[in-house]
Design a protein. Structure first.
Length: 194
């Protein structure tokens, strides 16, 4: 787990270093302290959640600062509006309150425009968020260090508020219920172990 957190930390520092202004300089000591604290005291689950949150927030910060620089004419904008929205949404996948209205307000566009951006990519905001959440749940259900967690807890960690809705969505996406998929993943791991 320490290697995982170190990789997250390295990515976070790289993202922060690529942005300009005083905000990253103020955040780096905070992030460094959080990582140091997490490595020393937090549970493995807490460390992973913290790492994912910090990296997501720094990615959203980098996208926001790039857009601000572009608006001021200081630099070319390396990310499009849809990429900034995806980064912000990705940082909040575990929050059930993630909504197109809130993201549209934060990115200074209308909800209709936000939906149009996703439609231009052949999807919808809801479909993308649900797909990312389901993918995260599927990966977490396959992990040996998550075997003790009930499926409903894993689903809640990824923003699903209803176990029944999660089970139905998981079955539609992967062809079997999450509990059966977890058992299959466990069997595959056990058969691969000599």
């Amino acid at each position: 787990m320490a290697a995982s957190l170190t990789a997250y930390r390295t990515g976070a520092l790289q993202i922060a270093a690529e942005t300009s202004g005083e905000t990253p300089a103020l955040l780096l000591p905070l992030v460094h302290g959080l990582v140091r604290e997490a490595l020393g005291h937090a549970s493995p689950y807490g460390r992973e959640d913290l790492a994912r949150t910090v990296v997501g927030l720094l990615a959203a910060l980098a996208a926001h600062q790039a857009a601000a620089a572009h608006r001021q004419g200081d630099a070319p904008c390396p990310t499009s509006t849809i990429e900034r929205i995806k980064a912000t949404a990705g940082a909040r996948l575990g929050g059930p309150e993630l909504s197109p209205r809130v993201l549209a307000e934060e990115h200074h566009i209308s909800p209709r425009h936000l939906h149009g951006l996703f439609q231009a990519e052949g999807t919808t905001f809801g479909r993308r968020v649900r797909g990312r959440r389901l993918s995260g749940c599927r990966a977490e259900l396959a992990r040996t260090d998550r075997d003790h967690l009930p499926v409903s807890v894993v689903a809640a960690r990824w923003g699903f508020t209803s176990p029944a809705h999660f089970s139905k969505a998981f079955r539609a996406a992967y062809g079997e219920p999450p509990s059966r998929w977890r058992e299959s993943a466990r069997a595959r791991r056990n058969s691969a172990t000599p």
